[in-house]
Write a protein that binds this ligand. Sequence first.
Ligand SMILES: Cc1ncc(COP(=O)(O)O)c(C=O)c1O
Length: 369
Amino acid sequence: MTDPYAERVRRLTALRGCDTVLAGIRPPSVAEQLHTLRAVAADDLLPDFYGEGGPVEAVEHRVAELLGTEAVAFFPTGTMAQQVAMRYGAELTGRDAVGLHPLSHPLLHERDAYAVLGGLRAVRTTNAPRNPTAEEVAALDEPIGTLMLELPLRDAGFVLPTWDELVAVVRAAREAGARVHLDGARLWESTVHLGHSLAEIAALADSTYVSFYKSLGGHSGAALAGSAELVRSARAWRHRYGGNLFQQWPAALAALAGLERELPRLAGYVAHAKLVAEALAGLPGARVHPAPPHTHQFRLWLPHPADALNDANLALAEEEKAWFIGGWRDTEVPGVSLAEVTVSAPATELDAAQVVELAERFLRRLPRT
Ligand SMILES: Cc1ncc(COP(=O)(O)O)c(C=O)c1O
């Protein structure tokens, strides 16, 4: 039997050793991460204490500045932050139903925490693989306390609405007496497609959650942004949920580093993702969605079994020090597999011809069918 941890270490070691990387980044070692933290910590900076002061307070201020909200609370996880936001909406409106997409993070990846811990109930907003429209929200047959919109909707292919669609769906939610919460785990890179700043997007909502360890490359952690009242209540619920950690400065410093170094580069990744997606779409039997991508992440399908694709990628990395795309999984169509592609710093070193050349080296490693 294969040991999943050993397999993971093997993949990460291979990726770290690559000279060329298309999808993802070379994972930094612990020593490299400590070096990054050291670079953003002033010599006299003191640690935080149960969520107050130090790097935690600094990151809260920075996020409040970027999102233009009255207040921000740092959270150990987005899972916790969003449960708190949904509970707050239920308390204010007296409605325990939350408008959620069937592919949203709380419905797919949180073991029903919103219901089991939060005492909330999901009303599914739409079955379409995108955020709901204003018409769909207006037509919901039961009242909801909070409408949650995931920007971008990851499990539908990192898809975003247009700005006008977003404004309209927010209006529809308010007209139905609901509050609006944004799952902005990947909000940082959504400004390009939406054509509006982080603050303009957050201003549409009552609360916004952002993540520090996805596109920003931090260790972990999240922030919940909104009014001072929301954040005061969120701090109480954070404590209740076991999220008032004695010290969180390593995660907070990594978040500050990500905001300083990675945030300004995201728009460039989004632009480059269009070129990469177009090059990949030309491979035999390939499909890309969305085309063009809305952010620096998108989905790619290839007509081969996932095991064969993962093996070919690992062999290419170990033997030629080149990483194409990992994380393939089988789909409901036999013999067709899907991967999420993230275009970040290493991919920006590759032009379209180099992407195709790398893809061809990868495809040559697949068993002949
Ligand atoms: C869209 C979305 N929302 C929420 C979360 C939860 O974040 P965390 O892992 O910090 O709990 C994730 C994490 O992958 C996510 O992708």
